[in-house]
Design a protein around this ligand. Structure first.
Ligand code: FAQ
Length: 325
């Protein structure tokens, strides 16, 4: 079902309707679920919002891994709240995708069968407490860079979900930077852990923005429809420009000798990530892909009794209503 829905973005839509739709997008109007939209627009949104929702849910795993090992009660409470926020983001996003005519069950099945993707970043392991700092600072930092413009995206439910998500992501980024600051100002061993976390998360964070513009298959159409507001390379550059001074403030070194301010372009030069590695990770061959999907499959199987109970209860209520009429 999902494969059929997303396979072809080729448009069989009426050209007059398409032109009127594009005029609404160009005028900055929001598109709401029950309004007419091109099939390709609907499919692209299901793909992107669904992938985003899955990322939030799978994204709980690398940090959930550290909740029981947080160094203080306060750090534990903060991390717990952050991971719960990510669950909430997943739920808002699944709800937004459902308004486009796909069910949460279908999206989950597509994730588990590998038909739908989730962000490459969550296929990397979190090995030390400093990784909680690096994830908050860099991964949430990259997520915000991508998501702030999405508050202006053309699909109403997606844009509105993004407003609250961005507020929470800002707190997440701040708490990650706070962990990095504590460790960078700590003992030499703690500072070395912070540097090691930065070394391991730098390039995977750059990959979060997607392939370079020349290899991005969806950007042109998605930008015309205002499903995406910027190209992948534009956002990656903004992220580097924001993050390099933050690393300097921490006294840490970006693991890329090519990082250098370029006066002419008004931004930093930097090295591209290893794109061969990126494509392997999104094909399912990253360090933690199997483990992440296994964890989601177990949660899905363990929750079957609850879904069945809920459906049985809903069926009983419907039958009682019919009997009363
Ligand atoms: N990972 O043509 P493009 C978070 C795929 S939220 C995996 O450029 P597009 C919060 C892409 O799907 C993080 N796959 O694609 C948090 C396409 O494959 P397809 C998630 C990727 O869609 C923090 C192919 O490559 N955020 O982290 C990735 O125009 C901490 C070609 O690429 C969002 O989802 C990738 N990184 O642009 C949670 C934001 N990049 O589908 C917990 C919304 C590309 O044809 C802890 N999404 N691909 O088979 C977007 O803005 C876009 O979808 C992009 C990709 C920019 C990710």
């Amino acid at each position: 079902m999902y494969a059929q829905m997303v396979k072809s973005e080729a448009s069989n839509d009426d050209p007059h309707l398409l032109a009127a739709f594009q005029a609404r997008i160009d005028a900055g109007e929001k598109i709401e679920p029950k309004e007419w939209m091109p099939e390709g627009y609907r499919k692209t949104l299901i793909r992107q919002i669904g992938q985003h929702a899955h990322s939030e849910i799978v994204g709980q795993l690398p940090e959930g891994n550290w909740i029981t090992r947080a160094p203080t009660l306060e750090r534990k409470a903060i991390l717990l709240a952050k991971v719960q926020d990510e669950a909430g983001h997943g739920l808002y996003l699944y709800c937004a995708a459902e308004t486009l005519g796909i069910s949460r069950d279908e999206m989950t099945e597509a994730l588990l069968s590998g038909k739908m993707k989730y962000s490459s970043i969550f296929n990397y392991p979190t090995l030390t407490w400093a990784d909680m700092g690096a994830v908050g600072w860099l991964v949430d930092g990259a997520a915000i860079m991508n998501q702030v413009p999405l508050q202006r995206t053309s699909f109403g439910p997606y844009a509105r979900a993004m407003v609250r998500i961005c507020k929470e992501e800002s707190f997440h980024q701040r708490q990650g930077y706070d962990i990095m600051m504590k460790m960078a100002q700590g003992t030499p061993a703690q500072k070395a852990m912070a540097q090691d976390a930065l070394n391991r998360f730098w390039y995977p964070s750059l990959m979060m923005f997607g392939p370079s513009d020349k290899d991005s298959v969806h950007s042109a159409q998605s930008m015309a429809w205002k499903i995406k507001m910027n190209t992948n390379d534009e956002l990656r550059q903004k992220f580097v420009d924001q993050t390099v001074p933050q690393a300097e403030y921490l006294g840490l070194t970006i693991p890329d000798p090519a990082v250098k301010w370029n006066e002419e372009k008004g931004g930093y030069d930097f090295s591209e990530p290893d794109w061969a590695e990126f494509f392997e990770v999104i094909k399912g061959n990253g360090p933690c892909n199997a483990e992440r999907i296994e964890a989601r499959q177990k949660a899905w199987d363990d929750g079957a009794w609850f879904r069945d109970g809920l459906m049985a209860h809903a069926a009983k209520q419907r039958a009682a209503k019919v009997a009363a009429e």
